[in-house]
Structure formats: structure tokens, C-alpha cells
Design a protein around this ligand. Sequence first.
Ligand SMILES: [Zn+2]
Length: 246
Amino acid sequence: MFHGTLASLLRKANTDGCVMYPVGRRASIKDMAESLGVPHTEIHDLRCNGRDADLSHLPGPGEVLELFPASGPVDVTRTTRLRPGFSRGLRFVVDENVAGLAPLLRGLGLDAAYNRAWSDAFLARLAREQERVVLSRDRALLKRSCIAHGRLIRSEHPDEQLREVLNFYSLPDGAVPFSRCLRCNQPLHSVDKKRVEPLLLPRTRLYYQHFKQCPQCGRIYWPGSHQQSMRARYAALGIGCPGESA
Ligand SMILES: [Zn+2]
């Protein structure tokens, strides 16, 4: 029985989430769920004949399985029965099929690794080694066992995808909007205006006093029109960002 939103992920349309599964070969609950279209990362609790079970359990004939989605915002730092907690907090790795999420997450100060050149295997390994949550629309990627935390993104539109992510995960208190490079994810450093003045356009030089710079790519940031348009984009999604003086 696939409860709640898990039922909508089943390959064969099945609104009540009830599936009879032939136990013809020894398959774990993880294998069974994934063969029906539900990646293991979407399953946050499960029971077998009314008792707690884990994803590696091999069900026998007549056993009744109940699989549940997350029941509230997921705190990835908390160890649960099905997956380990991440000791370094909420950090993401973004798959190419949801690439638009990377700058939107970075703009909120969230760590979102992304590189279009990364293969699925590399991305999954990075997720394991650096304790990152995988965000993807690719079910096959999320089936990889080494991915502890991941989310199958439903929407095709980056703003709606961001809303999905922010609704699904408990956000850290310490994230500071516009504190990361939108291009390469590095935390920005404050930089003296005199040092970057030759690189600024006349109006920027005139109206803005505080600047930050990416230590990796050298890009300069200030609270100008681009930042304002991102703030408006966040506000339209109901996400407030603390202001920053010019
Ligand atoms: Zn950069």
C-alpha cells in the first residue's frame, strides 16, 4: 500500500495506492517500490504486517507492506529509521534537469552544488561523500543506493521547483540571502569599494557603497537591480529576504 503522495508516483495509474505484487523472486522492499516507479528517497517510513521494517527487508508471500511519504518538513540532520542524519546540515546537489534551481537556492544563501558536466555516477558519489541532498526529476538517479537523501522534483518550472524544495525541507536558521556566488556557489567575501571601483559602471559607483566578491570567479555583487528582481521573485513565492542597505 503506497500512502499519500507516493500513490501518484506509481507507474500504472493507481489512485488508491494499493498494489498486489507477485513475490516470484527475492526482492527487497526498495527493489519492489522502485520497479513500480517509486524511488527509495521518496519513502520516509514503512511497515510490514503492521511492524516497523526497513528498505532491505525481503517480503514473503502474504505480507502486507505500507509505505509512507514524509509527514512534514524533513530535517536532514535527524537520523531516522530509514536514513542517516547529515552532520553538516542541509546542502544540495542539483541535477542538470532542474539546473534552474541552483542559482535560486544560492540566492537564498543555501549551498547548492551544480555542474552540467557531472555524470549521474559522479553526482551520486558527491552526494554520499559530501552529505548532500540530491534534487532531480530523474527517478533512475534517485534509485541509486548511495543517495541517502533526495527529492524527486515534480514541477518543470524553476520557481515552482523552489517552492517544492522549501516546503519539503526544514531550512537552516543561518542561511543569509545573497551571501553566495550565484554562478559557482562559493561564499562571498566583503570587499572594499576602492578595490573594485575600476570595474564598476558609473551609476553603480555612484549609488552603491557595499560590495561583495566571489573568491573563485571574481564576480562582484551589490544590492542593485538584479538582486531586487530576485527579491521580487522570492516574494512572489511567499519567501521573505531580509533587506540590505546600499
Ligand atoms: Zn563565483
